[in-house]
Design a protein around this ligand. Structure first.
Ligand code: MIC
Ligand code: SF4
Length: 640
């Protein structure tokens, strides 16, 4: 008897034992990249000497970096389009939509595996896929046909009963789970949704939940494939992709969480963490300056139809700026056709293109100390582009209701039509380009924004380095390698990007590294949570960071550190975090002799004391670290 997650994982198992915590290798059927992480991934693919991708399907989306205020983004897009054509990858142009929304609509298939260079790749779990977010290098490896290595996850059942009430949203389900589990509650886990409540949720609602499973730190989340999935696929004119899939009766889970949907109320994640949850009821009356509706979490057809139902015949409040970005061109087209778009315009909304936009700090930064309600998935410090702003994550219903009143408003108190005509079927793939049939004739375009990949040196046997920064718990990749319009255009230019590392935590961090010849980072729990951007490892590597010593790590960032040759150590005794200060000199002896889980001590020369630590990484990962990262490792193997 197997859980659904086990069925899919086991059908893709290349090596290892299917038991929680054991290292296993999983075959990946599909890959996705987006532009902000994709340029590196394809350069890495090319550096591996791969001619044509080995996956069933690989797609390159352009959705993040679309504010073209200089030549940089356009150079990246041209590179991505040409490199995709050459190596067997489908290419989705800017304007077509957000990668996760589009993948769900056009490519997701029940029972398949997907790895994507974006942390919200688990959105595909809404369609019974094992869909995992990873760094670009791991996605490049998957395209090269190399299986993905992870510790076999624990499977946690989330049993849903009851039905959502008027004004309560799928967003409120995942916010409830975040309240219960926190941003690090999901590490090493897959959340599998079961119970009678599942049948009450559409694929869009399921997608909101699996999308934000990333905020729990989970490996991924998964829903069964049922009649609702079949209907969704039918509307996408690909019913042939449907297979029914669910857990066996009596399957055993590592843990079970029960959520009664009928008892849920609208919730908000308060600044600056997705697990800082309060009931909207408790925030009612608080003045709102901006409302932003969209992102890969909440910009599907149903989300925006609910927004239209609330906005119908009403106007936004004088003090509010409302922006709406549909998740895909398909969604936008349907809303134009059925008049919902006219409702948005009549209400006073500003319409943005079908991209990530404000979610990644590309425009629409709130005013200083402004209160912004967003239907997005992340409200990390500084991510909106305004350090002093307060960003709250809410459902589309709460967002729309508050846009009208100008203050936090519980949508359950508002009268509006919950139901609407069934979603029409409309498909137009004309902005998705198939790979070239004559790949040898395609010339890859390297504009001046595409800089060569930085190559790391192999790991020295012993080294002494200063602590270049000491950080608290829950440091996000947005702290390490910030997002936003100022930095994002340099995702293909690590030299430039590295000047922004930790810019909101320590001024001129890159100069501190230069002064001390690189260094070591010291951090608290859950270091590197949030996005999959490997730049948060690659840029520190470029600055000479050799190790991170933390209380614990987030999954994707841990893998990225190893991929770029930075050793991740955890404190054997968390209290020793206090025994290291900024600029202390740490000595690392014989790191080539490190073994999985074995005791090792760092010598703090400044404090003249030993600090016991562990490296919780597999023997295969040690080989990668010694080589100075995965790319060196693969190239060395190719030479022999
Ligand atoms: C994010 O939501 O933080 C991003 C931007 O989509 C990232 C990827 C990136 O930094 O390019 C993610 O979630 O992985
Ligand atoms: Fe884009 Fe935001 Fe989704 Fe990341 S979380 S993929 S930036 S919409």
């Amino acid at each position: 008897m197997k859980t659904l997650a086990q069925k899919i994982l086991d059908a893709h198992l290349v090596s290892g034992r299917a038991q929680a915590g054991e290292q296993v290798e999983i075959k990946m059927d599909q890959t996705l990249t987006q532009d902000a992480t994709g340029t590196m991934a394809y350069m890495q693919l090319e550096a591996m000497g791969v001619d044509q991708v080995k996956t069933e399907l690989s797609v390159s989306y352009v959705d993040h970096n679309t504010l073209q205020s200089g030549y940089m983004n356009a150079d990246d897009h041209a590179y991505l389009q040409s490199v995709a054509a050459k190596h067997g990858v489908y290419f989705s142009k800017a304007g077509n939509g957000i990668c996760h929304q589009l993948h769900l609509e056009r490519f997701a298939k029940p029972g398949k595996t997907l790895i994507g260079s974006d942390s919200h790749t688990p959105t595909g779990g809404a369609m019974a896929m094992i869909a995992i977010g990873a760094g670009g290098l791991d996605v490049a490896k998957a395209m090269a046909g190399i299986p993905y290595r992870i510790p076999y996850p624990k499977i946690v059942e989330v049993r849903l009963t009851g039905e959502l009430g008027h004004g309560v949203s799928a967003k409120d389900i995942i916010l409830e789970l975040l309240r219960l589990q926190s941003v690090k509650g999901g590490v090493g886990r897959i959340y599998e949704y079961t119970g009678p409540g599942v049948k009450t949720l559409s694929v869009y609602q399921r997608a909101t939940i699996t999308n934000m499973g990333a905020e729990l730190g989970a490996t991924t989340s998964v829903f069964p494939s049922d009649e609702i999935t079949r209907e969704f696929l039918k509307r996408q004119q690909r019913e042939q992709d449907y297979v029914p899939l669910e857990a066996d009766e009596g399957a055993v889970y590592d843990a079970t969480i029960e959520i009664d949907l009928s008892a849920l109320k609208p919730a908000a994640a308060c600044p600056n963490s997705p697990d800082n949850i309060q009931a909207v009821e408790a925030l009612q009356g608080k003045k709102v300056d901006q409302v932003a509706i969209g992102s890969c979490t909440n910009s599907g057809y149903e989300d925006l139809m609910k927004v239209a139902a609330i906005l119908k015949g009403r106007k936004i409040a004088e003090n509010v700026s409302l922006v709406i970005s549909p998740g895909s061109r398909q969604v936008m087209r349907k809303l134009i056709q059925n008049g919902a778009f006219a409702t948005f315009v009549d209400a006073g909304a500003r319409i943005l293109e079908c991209t990530c936009g404000p979610c990644i700090g590309m425009g629409q930064s709130p005013k200083s100390e402004g209160v912004s309600l967003r239907t997005f998935n992340r409200n990390f410090y500084g991510r909106s582009g305004t350090l002093s702003a307060e960003v709250y994550l809410v459902s589309p219903e709460t967002a729309a209701a508050s846009a009208i009143t100008g203050v936090f408003t519980d949508p359950t108190t508002l009268d509006y039509e919950d139901t609407f005509a069934p979603e029409p079927s409309y498909v137009d793939d004309s902005l998705i380009y198939a790979p070239s049939k004559q790949p040898e004739q395609v010339e890859v375009q390297f504009g001046p924004n595409i800089k060569p990949l930085p190559i790391n040196e192999s790991l020295p046997t012993s080294f002494a380095k200063r602590v270049v920064i000491k950080l608290e718990d829950n440091i996000t990749t947005d702290h390490i390698a910030p997002a936003g319009a100022k930095v994002l255009p340099y995702r293909s230019n690590i030299e430039k990007l590295s000047t922004f590392v930790f810019e909101n935590n320590k001024k001129d961090f890159y100069k501190v590294c230069a002064e001390h010849g690189g260094g070591v980072i010291v951090a608290g729990e859950n270091y590197g949570q949030g996005s999959s951007r490997e730049h948060a490892a690659l840029a520190p590597m470029y600055l000479g960071v050799k190790a991170v010593v933390a209380k614990s790590f987030a999954r994707i960032h841990l893998a990225n550190l190893i991929n770029f040759g930075i050793i991740p150590f955890v404190f054997a005794d968390k209290a020793d975090y206090d025994a290291i200060d900024d600029l202390d000199e740490l000595v690392f002896e014989d790191v080539h002799g490190l073994e999985t889980g074995a005791d090792y001590a760092i010598y703090n020369k400044t404090k003249a004391r030993r600090i016991p630590v562990r490296a919780q990484i597999s023997p295969a990962d040690f080989a990668i670290l010694k080589a100075g990262g995965a790319l060196n490792y693969i190239r060395n193997a190719q030479k022999t």
